[in-house]
Design a protein around this ligand. Structure first.
Ligand SMILES: Cc1ncc(COP(=O)(O)O)c(C=O)c1O
Length: 500
C-alpha cells in the first residue's frame, strides 16, 4: 500500500513536470521587442491644437522654445530630462504622507537612510545640505571656495556648475579626451583625461581646492564614465591630497553603462556598482530631478573627514549657515515634506535593473531611429539624450553658423508639437556689440532629451519622422535672426527671433 502510494505520487509529479516543460518549451523564444518596465497609472490627454494655433504661439514666443506653451506639445516635449520624470504610483502615494513640520519632519530621517542605502554611505560620515535644486547646491559650494586664481577640473562642467564656479572667479576647466569626441564607438566618452588631471595637480595643485567628475557627462547626451576612470581619478586626487567630488545627477544611468560595457561588471548588480561609484567620492552634488526620479530637489554632501576641511576648516558650518539663509532649516532645506517623500521612493526605484534597462534602451532606440533615417547624430548615444549635429544637418545648404539653423529647426518642430533644445552656436555663442561679431563654440547641437517613464515608442517614432521630413527639406529651412537678447548672458533662455 505504502509502495503503491509512492508510485502514484511519482507518476503525478512526472506528468506535471513534463507538462510544465512542454509549456515552458512552447514559449521559449526571444523577441526583438521588450515590454515596458511599467504600465501607466495616470495619463494626461492632449488638447488637439491646430498647426496654425501652434504657429501663432511660436511667433508670440519669438520662436524661443522655452517660451512656448507646453500644453501644445502633443508630439513630445524633449526639452529636458530634468524634473520631467513621470512619477510612480508609489511616489504619488508617498506624497500624501509628507510631513510639513518645520523641523525634523519624519521624511527627513527616511531620506538620510535611503541615501545611505542607495549610495552605500555611512550617513554619520557626511554632512548633507538639501536644496530645491542642484544649482543652489553648486552655488553654496563654490561661493565658499575662497582663494585667488583657483582652478577646479572636471571631465566636463554642466553649464550651471560652470556658471557657479565662474561667478566665484574659479577657473572651471574641462579635462576631456578631445580625440574621443568624434569616435562613434568609444564606450566611455565621458572619461576625465587622467594625464591632464595629474599634470594639473602636479603643476598647480595649490590652486586646486577639489576635482569634480560628472557622471554621466551631460555633454553629448550623458556619455558615461568608466569605473576604471573614476577609480584612477580618485587615486590621482589622493596622491595630491585633493578631494574628488561627483556631480552625480545620473549616477544610476552611469552604473548601467558600466554594467553593460565595462569588463568585469556584467554580473554585478546596479545597486553595487552605484555604491562603488560613491565610495570613490569625498562629496557630491546631485540634482534629484534626474536619477532621483523626482520633480524637484538637490543635495550637497561633504565627507566630514575630507581634505577640503584642511583648506577650509569652517566649511561645514559655513555651508550650514548658507543653507539656512537662502533655503530653509537643515532638515528640509529647499524641499517640502512631500518632495522628500517622492525622492525617497525615487531612490528605491532608480537602481532597479528592469527600470534602468528600459530607460537607457529607449534612449538608444530613439538614437537608432534617427541614425537609420540618415539624420546626423552624435554616437554612441548617451544615457538621457540624443544630439543632432546641426553643422552636419545643414552641411550641403547655404545655412551659415551665424544663421542659427538649430534655432530655426527647433522652431519649425514646435509647429509639429515637438520641443527640442538648441545647444550650439546660439546657446553657447557670444555676441560682441562693439564689433558686431559672434564667436561660436566648437560643437553645434540640437538636443533631444528623453524624460523618464513618459513617452512610448510611437511618440519617439513620430518625432524621428518629423525630423526626417525637415531633413529632406533642409534647403528650404529659413534662417533665424535674433530680434532681442543677442548680447545678453544666458541668451538662449531670453532671446526672441524672426525666421526669414
Ligand atoms: C550634470 C548636471 N549637473 C547639474 C545640473 C543642475 O541641476 P538642477 O537643474 O537641479 O539645478 C544638471 C541639470 O541639468 C546637470 O545635468
Amino acid at each position: 500500500m505504502k509502495n503503491a502510494e509512492n508510485i502514484s505520487v511519482v507518476t503525478n509529479t512526472d506528468s506535471a513536470n513534463s507538462f510544465e516543460n512542454e509549456v515552458l518549451e512552447l514559449v521559449n523564444f526571444d523577441t526583438t521587442n521588450r515590454p515596458r518596465a511599467y504600465a501607466n497609472a495616470m495619463v494626461r490627454f492632449h488638447h488637439p491644437f491646430t498647426t496654425k494655433e501652434r504657429l501663432d504661439a511660436a511667433v508670440k514666443a519669438g520662436w524661443n522654445v522655452f517660451q512656448f506653451p507646453s500644453e501644445m506639445l502633443q508630439g513630445g516635449d524633449f526639452l529636458s530630462d530634468s524634473g520631467t520624470t513621470t512619477m510612480t504610483a508609489e511616489q504619488f502615494a508617498a506624497m500624501f504622507l509628507g510631513d510639513e513640520a518645520y523641523g525634523t519632519n519624519w521624511g527627513y530621517q527616511q531620506l538620510l537612510d535611503q541615501m545611505g542605502e542607495t549610495f552605500g554611505l555611512n550617513t554619520q560620515d557626511y554632512e548633507f545640505y538639501f536644496f530645491h535644486q542642484c544649482r543652489a547646491a553648486e552655488h553654496a559650494l563654490f561661493s565658499h571656495m575662497k582663494g585667488d586664481n583657483l582652478i577646479v577640473p572636471n571631465n566636463s562642467f554642466f553649464d550651471t556648475t560652470r556658471a557657479n564656479a565662474e561667478a566665484n572667479k574659479i577657473d572651471a576647466r574641462d579635462l576631456i579626451y578631445e580625440d574621443l569626441k568624434d569616435d562613434p564607438n568609444h564606450p566611455f566618452k565621458g572619461n576625465i583625461h587622467l594625464e591632464n588631471l595629474e599634470k594639473l595637480l602636479a603643476g598647480h595643485g595649490s590652486r586646486v581646492p577639489l576635482a569634480y567628475l560628472t557622471i554621466t557627462n551631460n555633454t553629448g547626451g550623458g556619455q558615461p564614465v568608466s569605473m576604471e576612470n573614476i577609480k584612477a581619478a580618485k587615486k590621482i586626487c589622493d596622491k595630491y591630497d585633493k578631494p574628488l567630488f561627483l556631480d552625480a545627477c545620473r549616477f544610476a544611468e552611469n552604473a548601467y553603462f558600466i554594467q553593460q560595457r565595462e569588463e568585469g561588471y556584467k554580473d554585478k548588480k546596479i545597486a553595487d556598482i552605484v555604491r562603488q561609484e560613491f565610495a570613490q567620492a569625498d562629496g557630491f552634488t546631485i540634482s534629484l530631478k534626474k536619477d532621483g526620479l523626482a520633480n524637484m530637489g538637490g543635495v550637497l554632501a561633504v565627507r566630514k573627514d575630507s581634505s577640503l576641511m584642511k583648506r577650509y576648516p569652517t566649511l561645514l558650518n559655513d555651508l550650514r549657515d548658507h543653507q539656512i539663509l537662502v533655503e530653509g532649516h537643515p532638515t528640509y532645506g529647499g524641499l517640502t515634506g512631500r518632495d522628500i517623500m517622492t525622492i525617497n521612493e525615487g531612490l528605491k526605484t532608480v537602481t532597479q535593473e528592469h527600470y534602468l534597462q528600459g530607460r537607457v534602451e529607449q534612449v538608444q532606440r530613439f538614437g537608432n531611429y534617427l541614425h537609420e533615417l540618415g539624420i546626423p547624430v552624435v554616437r554612441p548615444f548617451g544615457g538621457h539624450a540624443v544630439y543632432i549635429d546641426i553643422d552636419k544637418f545643414f552641411e550641403d545648404t547655404d545655412m551659415e553658423r551665424g544663421d542659427f539653423g538649430g534655432i530655426a529647426l527647433s522652431g519649425l518642430l514646435l509647429l509639429k508639437g515637438i520641443r527640442l533644445c538648441e545647444l550650439g552656436t546660439f546657446a553657447f555663442g557670444q555676441y560682441d556689440p562693439k564689433t558686431g561679431k559672434e564667436t561660436f563654440p566648437t560643437h553645434n547641437y540640437l538636443r533631444c532629451a528623453i524624460p523618464r517613464n513618459k513617452y512610448e515608442e510611437q511618440d519617439l517614432k513620430y518625432a524621428a519622422e518629423c525630423i526626417k521630413e525637415l531633413y529632406d527639406r533642409r534647403h528650404d529651412i529659413p534662417k533665424a535672426v535674433p530680434t532681442f537678447g543677442r548680447d545678453l548672458s544666458l541668451r538662449h533662455f531670453k532671446a526672441r527671433f524672426e525666421l526669414v
